[in-house]
Design a protein around this ligand. Structure first.
Ligand code: COA
Length: 326
Protein backbone atom coordinates (compact mmCIF):
# COMPACT_ATOMS: atom_id res chain seq x y z
CA UNK A 1 0.00 0.00 0.00
CA UNK A 2 1.19 3.51 -0.78
CA UNK A 3 1.52 5.92 2.11
CA UNK A 4 1.92 9.69 2.30
CA UNK A 5 5.59 10.13 3.19
CA UNK A 6 7.14 13.42 4.28
CA UNK A 7 10.02 13.89 1.82
CA UNK A 8 10.90 17.50 2.62
CA UNK A 9 10.44 20.06 5.38
CA UNK A 10 10.89 23.82 5.38
CA UNK A 11 10.20 26.82 7.55
CA UNK A 12 10.57 30.55 7.73
CA UNK A 13 10.66 32.94 10.67
CA UNK A 14 10.58 36.71 10.06
CA UNK A 15 13.77 38.56 10.98
CA UNK A 16 12.31 40.89 13.60
CA UNK A 17 12.65 39.53 17.15
CA UNK A 18 10.26 40.84 19.83
CA UNK A 19 11.58 40.02 23.30
CA UNK A 20 9.76 40.06 26.63
CA UNK A 21 11.81 43.14 27.48
CA UNK A 22 10.42 44.88 24.37
CA UNK A 23 6.91 43.96 25.59
CA UNK A 24 7.65 45.51 28.98
CA UNK A 25 7.76 48.86 27.15
CA UNK A 26 4.44 48.23 25.38
CA UNK A 27 2.08 46.87 28.09
CA UNK A 28 2.05 46.46 31.87
CA UNK A 29 4.01 43.20 32.05
CA UNK A 30 7.45 41.85 32.93
CA UNK A 31 9.92 39.40 31.47
CA UNK A 32 9.65 37.47 34.72
CA UNK A 33 5.84 37.10 34.47
CA UNK A 34 5.88 36.05 30.82
CA UNK A 35 8.77 33.67 31.24
CA UNK A 36 7.32 31.96 34.33
CA UNK A 37 3.74 31.70 33.07
CA UNK A 38 4.44 30.79 29.44
CA UNK A 39 8.10 29.78 28.96
CA UNK A 40 8.29 32.26 26.08
CA UNK A 41 11.38 34.50 25.87
CA UNK A 42 10.91 35.96 22.41
CA UNK A 43 8.83 35.69 19.26
CA UNK A 44 9.18 36.81 15.62
CA UNK A 45 7.10 39.56 14.02
CA UNK A 46 6.53 39.89 10.26
CA UNK A 47 7.72 43.09 8.58
CA UNK A 48 5.02 45.48 7.33
CA UNK A 49 5.62 44.39 3.73
CA UNK A 50 5.58 40.65 4.55
CA UNK A 51 2.28 38.83 4.02
CA UNK A 52 1.22 35.36 5.16
CA UNK A 53 1.66 34.07 1.61
CA UNK A 54 5.25 35.40 1.59
CA UNK A 55 6.09 33.46 4.76
CA UNK A 56 4.33 30.39 3.36
CA UNK A 57 6.18 30.67 0.05
CA UNK A 58 9.64 30.67 1.62
CA UNK A 59 8.77 27.72 3.88
CA UNK A 60 7.32 25.87 0.86
CA UNK A 61 10.37 26.52 -1.31
CA UNK A 62 12.68 25.26 1.44
CA UNK A 63 10.62 22.07 1.78
CA UNK A 64 10.50 21.59 -2.02
CA UNK A 65 14.27 22.09 -2.32
CA UNK A 66 14.85 19.42 0.31
CA UNK A 67 12.38 17.09 -1.44
CA UNK A 68 13.78 17.82 -4.91
CA UNK A 69 10.26 18.49 -6.16
CA UNK A 70 9.34 21.06 -8.83
CA UNK A 71 6.27 23.29 -8.62
CA UNK A 72 4.57 21.60 -11.59
CA UNK A 73 4.85 18.19 -9.84
CA UNK A 74 2.57 19.26 -6.98
CA UNK A 75 -1.07 18.07 -7.13
CA UNK A 76 -2.40 19.82 -4.01
CA UNK A 77 -1.58 22.81 -1.85
CA UNK A 78 -3.32 22.92 1.52
CA UNK A 79 -2.61 25.81 3.87
CA UNK A 80 -3.62 25.80 7.53
CA UNK A 81 -4.13 29.46 8.43
CA UNK A 82 -6.60 31.81 10.09
CA UNK A 83 -4.54 34.92 9.34
CA UNK A 84 -4.42 34.67 5.56
CA UNK A 85 -3.63 37.53 3.19
CA UNK A 86 -7.36 38.18 2.63
CA UNK A 87 -10.62 36.77 4.04
CA UNK A 88 -10.78 35.25 0.56
CA UNK A 89 -9.43 34.10 -1.86
CA UNK A 90 -7.50 31.46 0.01
CA UNK A 91 -3.84 32.04 0.81
CA UNK A 92 -3.25 28.63 -0.79
CA UNK A 93 -4.32 30.11 -4.16
CA UNK A 94 -1.91 33.01 -3.74
CA UNK A 95 0.91 30.58 -2.90
CA UNK A 96 -0.08 28.41 -5.88
CA UNK A 97 0.30 31.43 -8.16
CA UNK A 98 3.59 32.62 -6.63
CA UNK A 99 5.06 29.11 -6.90
CA UNK A 100 3.78 28.51 -10.42
CA UNK A 101 2.25 25.21 -9.26
CA UNK A 102 0.11 25.06 -12.40
CA UNK A 103 -1.17 21.51 -11.80
CA UNK A 104 -2.24 21.96 -8.18
CA UNK A 105 -5.63 22.40 -6.56
CA UNK A 106 -5.34 24.77 -3.61
CA UNK A 107 -7.37 25.58 -0.52
CA UNK A 108 -7.07 26.83 3.06
CA UNK A 109 -8.12 24.99 6.19
CA UNK A 110 -9.51 27.03 9.10
CA UNK A 111 -8.74 25.14 12.30
CA UNK A 112 -6.75 27.79 14.20
CA UNK A 113 -3.76 26.28 16.03
CA UNK A 114 -4.74 22.81 14.77
CA UNK A 115 -4.50 24.12 11.20
CA UNK A 116 -1.43 22.14 10.18
CA UNK A 117 -2.67 18.81 11.54
CA UNK A 118 -6.06 19.36 9.88
CA UNK A 119 -4.41 20.40 6.59
CA UNK A 120 -2.01 17.46 6.67
CA UNK A 121 -4.83 15.06 7.40
CA UNK A 122 -6.83 16.40 4.43
CA UNK A 123 -3.91 15.99 2.06
CA UNK A 124 -3.16 12.48 3.35
CA UNK A 125 -6.71 11.36 2.47
CA UNK A 126 -6.15 12.40 -1.16
CA UNK A 127 -2.85 10.53 -1.31
CA UNK A 128 -4.20 7.42 0.43
CA UNK A 129 -7.20 7.43 -1.90
CA UNK A 130 -4.93 7.56 -4.96
CA UNK A 131 -6.17 11.00 -6.03
CA UNK A 132 -2.86 12.82 -5.56
CA UNK A 133 0.81 11.86 -5.75
CA UNK A 134 2.42 14.90 -4.23
CA UNK A 135 1.05 17.50 -1.86
CA UNK A 136 2.41 20.63 -0.28
CA UNK A 137 1.05 21.21 3.22
CA UNK A 138 1.76 24.53 4.89
CA UNK A 139 1.02 26.15 8.24
CA UNK A 140 1.45 29.93 7.99
CA UNK A 141 0.32 32.69 10.32
CA UNK A 142 0.77 36.39 11.02
CA UNK A 143 -0.98 36.62 14.37
CA UNK A 144 0.68 39.97 15.05
CA UNK A 145 -1.98 41.49 12.74
CA UNK A 146 -4.99 40.18 14.72
CA UNK A 147 -3.60 40.73 18.20
CA UNK A 148 -4.73 43.54 20.44
CA UNK A 149 -1.37 45.06 21.32
CA UNK A 150 -3.02 46.77 24.31
CA UNK A 151 -4.18 43.45 25.83
CA UNK A 152 -1.42 42.02 28.01
CA UNK A 153 -3.39 38.77 28.46
CA UNK A 154 -2.91 37.81 24.83
CA UNK A 155 -0.26 39.94 23.10
CA UNK A 156 2.61 38.26 24.93
CA UNK A 157 1.73 34.78 23.65
CA UNK A 158 1.82 34.83 19.89
CA UNK A 159 4.39 35.07 17.09
CA UNK A 160 4.56 34.91 13.29
CA UNK A 161 6.03 32.22 11.06
CA UNK A 162 5.46 29.44 8.55
CA UNK A 163 6.37 25.78 8.14
CA UNK A 164 5.78 23.34 5.29
CA UNK A 165 6.12 19.71 4.30
CA UNK A 166 6.06 17.94 0.95
CA UNK A 167 4.15 14.66 0.95
CA UNK A 168 4.65 11.97 -1.66
CA UNK A 169 2.80 8.68 -2.22
CA UNK A 170 5.40 5.96 -1.66
CA UNK A 171 5.41 2.17 -1.23
CA UNK A 172 6.73 0.90 2.10
CA UNK A 173 6.24 1.26 5.83
CA UNK A 174 7.33 4.89 6.18
CA UNK A 175 4.86 7.73 6.11
CA UNK A 176 1.72 8.90 7.85
CA UNK A 177 0.28 5.95 9.79
CA UNK A 178 -2.90 7.61 11.06
CA UNK A 179 -4.64 10.90 11.68
CA UNK A 180 -7.28 11.62 14.32
CA UNK A 181 -9.22 14.88 14.14
CA UNK A 182 -11.55 16.22 16.85
CA UNK A 183 -13.69 19.28 17.45
CA UNK A 184 -16.04 20.68 20.08
CA UNK A 185 -17.69 23.83 18.79
CA UNK A 186 -19.44 24.46 22.11
CA UNK A 187 -16.17 26.09 23.24
CA UNK A 188 -15.91 28.52 20.31
CA UNK A 189 -16.29 31.66 22.44
CA UNK A 190 -13.25 30.86 24.58
CA UNK A 191 -10.86 31.65 21.72
CA UNK A 192 -12.01 33.59 18.67
CA UNK A 193 -11.92 36.74 16.55
CA UNK A 194 -15.26 38.57 16.79
CA UNK A 195 -14.99 40.78 13.67
CA UNK A 196 -15.35 41.18 10.79
CA UNK A 197 -17.48 38.30 9.52
CA UNK A 198 -21.20 37.82 8.93
CA UNK A 199 -22.09 38.35 12.62
CA UNK A 200 -20.17 41.61 12.87
CA UNK A 201 -19.61 43.01 9.37
CA UNK A 202 -17.03 45.78 8.97
CA UNK A 203 -18.00 48.98 10.77
CA UNK A 204 -16.32 51.95 12.41
CA UNK A 205 -18.03 51.11 15.72
CA UNK A 206 -16.69 47.57 15.42
CA UNK A 207 -13.17 48.92 15.21
CA UNK A 208 -13.83 51.10 18.26
CA UNK A 209 -14.99 47.95 20.10
CA UNK A 210 -11.77 46.23 18.96
CA UNK A 211 -13.75 43.44 17.28
CA UNK A 212 -11.07 42.49 14.72
CA UNK A 213 -8.76 41.36 17.51
CA UNK A 214 -8.35 37.91 19.05
CA UNK A 215 -10.19 37.22 22.32
CA UNK A 216 -9.28 34.45 24.70
CA UNK A 217 -10.28 33.05 28.09
CA UNK A 218 -6.78 31.80 28.92
CA UNK A 219 -7.50 29.74 32.01
CA UNK A 220 -10.30 27.69 30.47
CA UNK A 221 -8.36 27.15 27.24
CA UNK A 222 -5.45 25.83 29.27
CA UNK A 223 -7.41 23.06 30.97
CA UNK A 224 -9.16 21.73 27.87
CA UNK A 225 -5.94 21.94 25.83
CA UNK A 226 -3.99 19.70 28.19
CA UNK A 227 -6.76 17.10 28.43
CA UNK A 228 -7.47 17.06 24.68
CA UNK A 229 -3.84 16.85 23.57
CA UNK A 230 -3.27 14.00 26.01
CA UNK A 231 -6.34 12.05 24.92
CA UNK A 232 -5.84 12.38 21.18
CA UNK A 233 -2.16 11.40 21.47
CA UNK A 234 -3.19 8.27 23.35
CA UNK A 235 -5.87 7.53 20.77
CA UNK A 236 -3.26 7.58 17.98
CA UNK A 237 -0.94 5.25 19.88
CA UNK A 238 -3.72 2.81 20.76
CA UNK A 239 -4.98 2.75 17.16
CA UNK A 240 -1.50 1.72 16.03
CA UNK A 241 -0.87 -0.80 18.85
CA UNK A 242 1.87 1.39 20.26
CA UNK A 243 2.71 3.00 23.59
CA UNK A 244 4.59 6.15 24.47
CA UNK A 245 7.74 3.97 24.69
CA UNK A 246 7.56 3.65 20.88
CA UNK A 247 7.64 7.43 20.38
CA UNK A 248 10.97 8.87 19.26
CA UNK A 249 9.58 12.41 19.42
CA UNK A 250 6.35 14.27 20.01
CA UNK A 251 5.83 17.56 18.19
CA UNK A 252 3.10 19.29 20.18
CA UNK A 253 1.51 22.56 19.15
CA UNK A 254 3.76 25.10 20.85
CA UNK A 255 1.07 26.95 22.82
CA UNK A 256 3.07 27.60 25.96
CA UNK A 257 5.57 25.80 28.13
CA UNK A 258 3.17 25.01 30.97
CA UNK A 259 0.69 23.30 28.64
CA UNK A 260 3.54 21.32 27.08
CA UNK A 261 4.96 20.30 30.45
CA UNK A 262 1.52 19.16 31.61
CA UNK A 263 1.01 17.08 28.44
CA UNK A 264 4.49 15.60 28.79
CA UNK A 265 3.80 14.64 32.40
CA UNK A 266 0.43 13.03 31.64
CA UNK A 267 1.92 11.06 28.73
CA UNK A 268 4.97 10.18 30.89
CA UNK A 269 7.41 11.30 28.20
CA UNK A 270 11.09 12.05 28.77
CA UNK A 271 12.59 15.44 27.85
CA UNK A 272 14.22 13.81 24.80
CA UNK A 273 10.81 12.64 23.52
CA UNK A 274 9.32 16.14 23.43
CA UNK A 275 10.38 18.87 21.00
CA UNK A 276 9.96 22.36 22.42
CA UNK A 277 10.88 25.67 20.78
CA UNK A 278 8.12 27.88 22.20
CA UNK A 279 10.79 29.85 24.09
CA UNK A 280 12.10 31.29 20.81
CA UNK A 281 8.95 31.34 18.64
CA UNK A 282 5.99 31.89 20.96
CA UNK A 283 2.69 30.45 19.77
CA UNK A 284 2.70 30.58 15.95
CA UNK A 285 -0.70 28.87 15.80
CA UNK A 286 -1.10 26.66 12.71
CA UNK A 287 2.58 27.12 11.86
CA UNK A 288 4.07 25.87 15.11
CA UNK A 289 4.27 22.13 14.40
CA UNK A 290 5.88 22.32 10.92
CA UNK A 291 8.32 24.98 12.18
CA UNK A 292 9.32 22.66 15.04
CA UNK A 293 9.52 19.64 12.72
CA UNK A 294 11.78 21.47 10.28
CA UNK A 295 14.08 22.61 13.07
CA UNK A 296 14.43 19.05 14.40
CA UNK A 297 14.87 17.63 10.90
CA UNK A 298 17.57 20.11 9.89
CA UNK A 299 19.40 19.50 13.16
CA UNK A 300 19.52 15.78 12.28
CA UNK A 301 17.38 14.77 15.25
CA UNK A 302 15.19 12.37 13.22
CA UNK A 303 16.31 9.06 11.75
CA UNK A 304 14.63 6.72 9.30
CA UNK A 305 12.09 4.48 11.01
CA UNK A 306 11.53 6.81 13.98
CA UNK A 307 7.94 7.03 15.19
CA UNK A 308 6.96 10.67 15.65
CA UNK A 309 3.67 12.35 16.45
CA UNK A 310 2.08 15.72 15.79
CA UNK A 311 -0.37 16.74 18.52
CA UNK A 312 -2.36 19.95 18.10
CA UNK A 313 -5.01 21.99 19.87
CA UNK A 314 -6.66 25.26 18.90
CA UNK A 315 -9.67 27.52 18.57
CA UNK A 316 -12.96 25.96 17.61
CA UNK A 317 -12.09 24.06 19.73
CA UNK A 318 -10.25 21.75 17.37
CA UNK A 319 -7.58 19.19 18.15
CA UNK A 320 -5.91 16.25 16.52
CA UNK A 321 -2.95 13.93 16.24
CA UNK A 322 -1.00 12.45 13.42
CA UNK A 323 1.36 9.46 13.82
CA UNK A 324 4.24 9.16 11.35
CA UNK A 325 6.97 6.62 10.68
CA UNK A 326 9.89 8.78 9.49
N1 COA B 1 1.78 40.41 32.56
C1 COA B 1 1.53 40.56 33.87
N2 COA B 1 0.38 40.16 34.45
C2 COA B 1 -0.54 39.56 33.66
C3 COA B 1 -0.34 39.38 32.27
C4 COA B 1 0.88 39.85 31.74
N3 COA B 1 1.18 39.70 30.42
N4 COA B 1 -1.41 38.78 31.77
C5 COA B 1 -2.27 38.57 32.78
N5 COA B 1 -1.75 39.06 33.91
C6 COA B 1 -2.34 39.05 35.25
C7 COA B 1 -3.83 38.93 35.22
O1 COA B 1 -4.42 40.19 34.99
C8 COA B 1 -4.11 38.39 36.59
O2 COA B 1 -4.07 39.45 37.51
P1 COA B 1 -5.14 39.54 38.69
O3 COA B 1 -4.92 38.29 39.52
O4 COA B 1 -4.77 40.80 39.37
O5 COA B 1 -6.48 39.55 38.03
C9 COA B 1 -2.90 37.49 36.88
O6 COA B 1 -1.88 37.92 35.97
C10 COA B 1 -3.18 36.03 36.69
O7 COA B 1 -3.87 35.86 35.47
P2 COA B 1 -4.28 34.43 34.97
O8 COA B 1 -5.02 34.58 33.68
O9 COA B 1 -4.95 33.67 36.06
O10 COA B 1 -2.85 33.78 34.72
P3 COA B 1 -2.54 32.32 34.27
O11 COA B 1 -1.60 31.72 35.22
O12 COA B 1 -3.77 31.55 33.90
O13 COA B 1 -1.73 32.57 32.92
C11 COA B 1 -2.03 32.42 30.56
C12 COA B 1 -2.36 33.19 31.83
C13 COA B 1 -2.71 33.10 29.39
C14 COA B 1 -0.53 32.43 30.37
C15 COA B 1 -2.55 30.96 30.74
O14 COA B 1 -3.89 30.96 31.15
C16 COA B 1 -2.43 30.17 29.50
O15 COA B 1 -1.35 29.83 29.08
N6 COA B 1 -3.58 29.79 28.87
C17 COA B 1 -3.57 29.10 27.62
C18 COA B 1 -3.51 30.08 26.51
C19 COA B 1 -3.15 29.46 25.20
O16 COA B 1 -2.19 28.74 25.10
N7 COA B 1 -3.94 29.74 24.17
C20 COA B 1 -3.75 29.26 22.88
C21 COA B 1 -4.15 27.83 22.82
S1 COA B 1 -3.98 27.23 21.22
Amino acid sequence: MKRARIIGTGSYLPAKVLTNFDLEKMVDTSNEWISTRTGIDERRIAADDEMTSDLALIAARNAMDMAGVKAEDIDLIVVGTITGDYPWPSTACIVQDKLGAINAGAWDVSAACSGFVYALSSAVQFINGGNAKRALVIGAEIFSRIIDWEDRNTCILFGDGAGAVVLEAQEGDAGVLSTHLKADGSFWELLYQPGFGAVHPASVSGIEQRLPFLRMAGNEVFKVAVRSMYEVANEALTANDMTTADLAMLFPHQANRRILDAVKKRLKLTDEQMFINVDKCGNTSGASIPIALDEANRKGMLKEGDIIMFDAFGGGFTWGSCLVRW
